[in-house]
Design a protein around this ligand. Structure first.
Ligand SMILES: C[S@@+](CC[C@H](N)C(=O)[O-])C[C@H]1O[C@@H](n2cnc3c(N)ncnc32)[C@H](O)[C@@H]1O
Length: 455
C-alpha cells in the first residue's frame, strides 16, 4: 500500500527535508529545537567532566525517533552531532530511514535502529551471574539493581506501590537496545505522553496528531520515563547525560524523586515554553560532578547568601566549608543581620564522601537527612594557618571564638563541635542545604541555623 504524503517541510535556516506519512505525528520544530539546544548547553557545561566518547564528536541516542526522525535531523544539521535513533513500529522505522536518505548531507551521521519487542521472539541475554534471562525477567533484574542503592529523600519519595500496576511492560527502551561497550554523550526522548487516546485528544493545546503507537503507552509518560531511569541505573556511565521530555509538571517531581532513589549524581530540569504549549526537560547523570565552586557571593549587604553550585570531590572543600562558617559569623557581626548560608547540591551522599575523603569524620543520618562533620585537630590547625589568609582572618576567628563562649579552636573534636549539613528545602533538581554549627547533638544557641529563610 502506498503511504500518503501529508506534507513536506523545508527549513531554510538549516535545510533538512522531511516527509511524514499520513496520520503520523507532525513535529513542532521550534519546540524540538529548544530541547536540542538545552542538551547542547548541558554538554557544554562543566558540571560533569567531559569525556571523549567518539573522537570529540558528540554522539546521541534518540529513544523513539518516530517517522519524522526530527531530533537526529535537527541535531545533525544544526550541530553536526551523530545519532542512533530507535523505534519499534515498522512505519516509523521505514520513514525515519527514508527521511535520513533524503538528507544526504547528514545521512552518514544517523543510524536508525529497530527495537525488538518481546513478541519478536525471546530476546535472551546473559544475566550478571551468567544465566540466560528472558526479556520479562530482565525487567525485574534491572528493578533489583535499582533497589540496591536507594537514597530516599524524606519529602517526595516515589510511591512504588501506587504505581505498581502502571509499570511499563512494553518493548525494551535502552537495555537490550544499546550494544555492548557503546558509549553516548546523551540520550533524549519525546515519550508517549498519554495512557489513552481519549486523554491525548482532551487537550486541544497538546493534540497535534499522532497514532496510538506514538502517543500512548500503559502508564503514560511516567511509566515510560521510569523505565528509562531504571535502565540508566544499570547502564550508568554509558551515557554522560540521560534526558527526557516530560509533558506533565506533576510528573517532574515524582520522577526526580525516583532519580535520587537510584543514586544519580545530578538532576537538572528546565521548562520549554512555545506558544501555548509547555513541556519540561529532565536530565540526570551518574558521572560524579567535578565542577569547582562557581559562585560564592553575597547577594546583598544585609541578606547574605552563599551559593555553592556544586559540592565537589576536591579536598579544599572542607576548608571552604570552614570558610563559610567563618564568613557567616563575620558577616553577622558586621551587618548584624539575618545571615543565611546556603549550599546548593544534589544529595547528601556526595557531601559525606567529600568530607570523608578530606579526612574528616562524617556521620550521615538518612532519616533526618543530615551529615555531621567533625574535623581533626590537624585539619583545623592547617586550615586556620593556611587557608584563611584572604579573609579577615583575625576578626572572623575572634568572633567565632566569642560566639562559642571562649572555645579556643573552631570545630575542634575535643570541644565536641561539628558542622551539621542538613536539607533546608527540596526543589526539582536541587536540594537546598544549610550548614550549622553543632555542639554535641545540640545546635549552638545563636548560630545562624535560627536565621534560615527561603531565597
Ligand atoms: C511521541 S513519539 C515521538 C516521535 C518523535 N521523536 C517526535 O518527537 O516527534 C514516541 C515514539 O516512541 C516510539 N516508541 C514507543 N515505545 C518505544 C520503545 N520501547 N523504544 C523505542 N521507541 C519507542 C513510538 O513508536 C513513537 O514513534
Amino acid at each position: 500500500m502506498m503511504p500518503l504524503f501529508l506534507d513536506k517541510f523545508q527549513f531554510p535556516c538549516f535545510l533538512i527535508s522531511q516527509w511524514i506519512p499520513d496520520g503520523q505525528l507532525c513535529p513542532t520544530v521550534p519546540n524540538r529545537s529548544n530541547y536540542i539546544h538545552w542538551i547542547e548547553d548541558l554538554l557544554a557545561s562543566d558540571i560533569i567532566p567531559k569525556t571523549n566518547t567518539s573522537g570529540g564528536n558528540v554522539r546521541g541516542f534518540d529513544i523513539g525517533t518516530g517517522a519524522n526522525c526530527i531530533y537526529p535531523l535537527l541535531g545533525a544539521s544544526l550541530l553536526g552531532w551523530s545519532f542512533v535513533g530507535s523505534d519499534v513500529t515498522e512505519i516509523a522505522l521505514e520513514w525515519a530511514e527514508q527521511n535520513v536518505k533524503n538528507n544526504p548531507h547528514i545521512s552518514q551521521l544517523i543510524e536508525i535502529r529497530k527495537v525488538k519487542s518481546c513478541e519478536d521472539g525471546p530476546s535472551m541475554e546473559k544475566s550478571h551471574d551468567g544465566e540466560s534471562v528472558s526479556c520479562e525477567s530482565k525487567i525485574e533484574l534491572s528493578a533489583c539493581v535499582v533497589r540496591e542503592d536507594v537514597h530516599l529523600l524524606p519529602s517526595a519519595s516515589f510511591d512504588l506501590h501506587s504505581d505498581a500496576n502502571k509499570r511499563y511492560n512494553g518493548p525494551p527502551v535502552l537495555l537490550d537496545v544499546i550494544r555492548d561497550g557503546e558509549k553516548f554523550d546523551f540520550c533524549m526522548c519525546n515519550p508517549p505522553f498519554f495512557e489513552t487516546m481519549e486523554e491525548a485528544g482532551l487537550n486541544p493545546k497538546t493534540s497535534c496528531g499522532g497514532t496510538p503507537e506514538e502517543m500512548i503507552c500503559p502508564g503514560g509518560e511516567k511509566a515510560f520515563i521510569t523505565r528509562i531511569i531504571e535502565d540508566s541505573a544499570v547502564l550508568k556511565q554509558s551515557f554522560r547525560w540521560y534526558t527526557s521530555m516530560v509533558g506533565r509538571k506533576s510528573n517532574v517531581k515524582s520522577l526526580t524523586a525516583k532519580l535520587w532513589e537510584v543514586g544519580v549524581t545530578i538532576v537538572k530540569t528546565t521548562e520549554f515554553v512555545q506558544g501555548q504549549t509547555c513541556r519540561w526537560g529532565l536530565a540526570w547523570s551518574f558521572v560524579p560532578p567535578v565542577r569547582k565552586i562557581v559562585s560564592l557571593h553575597v547577594a546583598e549587604k544585609n541578606v547574605m547568601s552563599f551559593m555553592l553550585e556544586m559540592l565537589l570531590s576536591c579536598i579544599t572543600h572542607f576548608s571552604l566549608m570552614l570558610h563559610l562558617v567563618l564568613c557567616c559569623f563575620q558577616f553577622r557581626r558586621v551587618f548584624n543581620a539575618n545571615s543565611v548560608p546556603f549550599i546548593y547540591c544534589n544529595q547528601l551522599n556526595p557531601v559525606e564522601s567529600l568530607f570523608r575523603s578530606s579526612g574528616a569524620a562524617c556521620k550521615l543520618n538518612t532519616s533526618s537527612f543530615t551529615v555531621d562533620i567533625t574535623a581533626s585537630n590537624d585539619h583545623c590547625d592547617a586550615i586556620l594557618k593556611n587557608e584563611l589568609q584572604p579573609l579577615d582572618e583575625v576578626s572572623s576567628c575572634q568572633h567565632v571564638q566569642e560566639t562559642l563562649n571562649g572555645s579556643s579552636c573552631l570545630l575542634h573534636p575535643s570541644n565536641n563541635l561539628c558542622i551539621r549539613i542538613s536539607v533546608f528545602q527540596q526543589i526539582p533538581g536541587t536540594l537546598l542545604v544549610k550548614g550549622s554549627l553543632q555542639q554535641r547533638d545540640n545546635p549552638i544557641p545563636g548560630n545562624y541555623q535560627s536565621f534560615a529563610k527561603v531565597l
